[in-house]
Design a protein around this ligand. Structure first.
Ligand code: NCD
Length: 334
C-alpha cells in the first residue's frame, strides 16, 4: 500500500473530483462550489431535514475500521436523505479480524452493486489504495485517515465558520490541544488555507504540536495567552490518547489548567469568538461545560453542517463518477 495523499488519484480524466481522498489540491472554486451545494441542504433547527433524489438507486457502504459515532451516523443520514440504500459494516469486528483482505471485502460489496465506499482507518493510505481498485463508476470517500486527513470535517468546519463569520481571509483561527495527532486540524488547515485566512495558530504543549515541516506557515504558540489573543475562532481538540506513545500522554488535570477552554481562558480571545470542537468532547479536560454549551459554541451547528456537507459531497462525486464528461461548475477543468 502506498501512502500518497491521493490528490491526483481522486480526479477523473477530465480533471473532475471522482473520489474525495484529501483536500490537498482541491481548488478554492471547488471548495466554494461544494459549500454552496451544502448550503442548499441546511435547514434551521427544528425543521424537517432536507432531502434529495440524487442517490436514488445507489448504494453507499460505510466501512469504519476505527470507532465512530458522529461521522458514521452523519454519512449514513446524508446518504439516506438523498435516497440511497446504506449498509454499515462494523469492520472492527469483521473482515480484517477474520483474515479476509480488505480488497476482497471491496470486491464482494462491488458485486452487490455498491457505488460509494466511505472509509475510516487508523493506518495511512487505505482510501487512496482502495480507489485504485474500484470500478470507474464507484466513488471512495475518506471519512478519517490516520492522523492525516478528514476532508469532509475540513469542509464542514469551513462552512460553519463562513456561515457565522463570513469571509475568512482576515480571520485568526486558533486550534488548541493535540494537533500532532489530529486529522481534523490538518484538514481544517487545508480548507482554510485554500479559502484564505489571516492566521492559523497551533496552541499546545510542544509534544502535542506537529513537527515544523508540517502545517507550514501556522504559528506555534506554547500558551493560551499567546494563542488566543485576538482569535476569531477557537477550535478545541481532544487528547487522542489512542495515537500517543504512553510517555506523551499529559495528565488531564494539569492539561485542563494550562490549555482547557473555559469561560476564563476564552476571554483572552476576541469578544464573541466562535468555539468549535469536532467531537467527541472530553468535558472538563479540553473544554468546560459552560463553554461547550455556551452562547459562543458552534458545536451543534458543526454537527448539523456535517450532514449537509456529506450530502453535497456524495451527490457531487456520484454525478461525476456516473457522467465524467462535462466538468461541472467550479471544477478544475471547467
Ligand atoms: C474526530 C476524528 O475522528 O478525527 N472526530 C470526528 O470525526 N468528528 C476527532 C477525534 O477523534 O478526536
Amino acid at each position: 500500500m502506498t501512502t500518497d495523499s491521493g490528490s491526483d488519484r481522486q480526479r477523473d480524466a477530465a480533471g473532475g473530483l471522482r473520489h474525495l481522498l484529501t483536500l490537498e489540491g482541491v481548488s478554492r472554486d471547488e471548495i466554494l462550489w461544494l459549500l454552496e451545494l451544502a448550503e442548499t441542504f441546511v435547514r434551521p433547527p427544528g425543521e424537517l431535514p432536507a432531502r434529495g433524489t440524487s442517490l436514488v438507486g445507489r448504494t453507499v457502504a460505510n466501512l469504519f475500521f476505527e470507532p465512530s459515532t458522529r461521522t458514521r451516523v452523519s454519512f449514513e443520514l446524508a446518504a439516506a436523505r438523498l435516497g440511497a440504500d446504506v449498509v454499515n459494516l462494523d469492520m472492527q469486528s469483521s473482515s480484517r479480524a477474520k483474515g479476509e483482505s480488505v480488497l476482497d471485502t471491496i470486491y464482494t460489496l462491488q458485486a452487490m452493486a455498491v457505488d460509494v465506499f466511505v472509509l475510516r482507518d487508523a493506518e495511512p493510505g487505505l482510501p487512496a489504495w482502495i480507489s485504485r481498485h474500484t470500478a470507474p463508476h464507484v466513488s471512495v470517500l475518506n471519512a478519517g485517515e490516520a492522523h492525516l486527513s478528514h476532508p469532509t470535517q475540513g469542509l464542514l468546519d469551513a462552512l460553519t465558520i463562513r456561515q457565522l463569520l463570513g469571509d475568512t481571509s482576515r480571520l485568526v483561527i486558533a486550534v488548541v490541544g493535540d494537533v500532532r495527532h489530529s486529522r481534523v486540524a490538518r484538514s481544517a488547515w487545508q480548507a482554510l488555507r485554500t479559502l484564505g485566512m489571516g492566521e492559523f495558530r497551533l496552541v499546545g504543549p510542544r509534544e502535542l504540536l506537529p513537527a515544523d515541516d508540517e502545517l507550514r506557515g501556522a504559528r506555534r504558540c506554547a500558551t493560551l495567552a499567546e494563542g488566543l489573543d485576538g482569535a476569531d475562532v477557537v477550535m478545541a481538540l481532544r487528547l487522542q490518547r489512542e495515537r500517543m506513545a504512553e510517555a506523551r500522554i499529559p495528565d488531564a488535570e494539569s492539561y485542563h489548567r494550562e490549555y482547557g477552554i473555559t469561560a476564563r481562558s476564552l476571554a483572552l480571545a476576541r469578544p464573541g469568538a466562535l468555539v468549535m470542537h469536532p467531537g467527541p468532547m472530553n468535558r472538563g479536560v479540553e473544554i468546560s461545560d459552560e463553554v461547550a454549551d455556551g452562547p459562543q459554541s458552534a458545536i451543534q451547528q458543526q454537527v448539523a453542517n456535517g450532514v449537509a456537507v456529506r450530502m453535497a459531497v456524495l451527490a457531487h462525486l456520484q454525478r461525476r463518477a456516473r457522467d465524467p464528461t462535462p466538468p461541472s461548475r467550479g471544477e478544475r477543468a471547467g
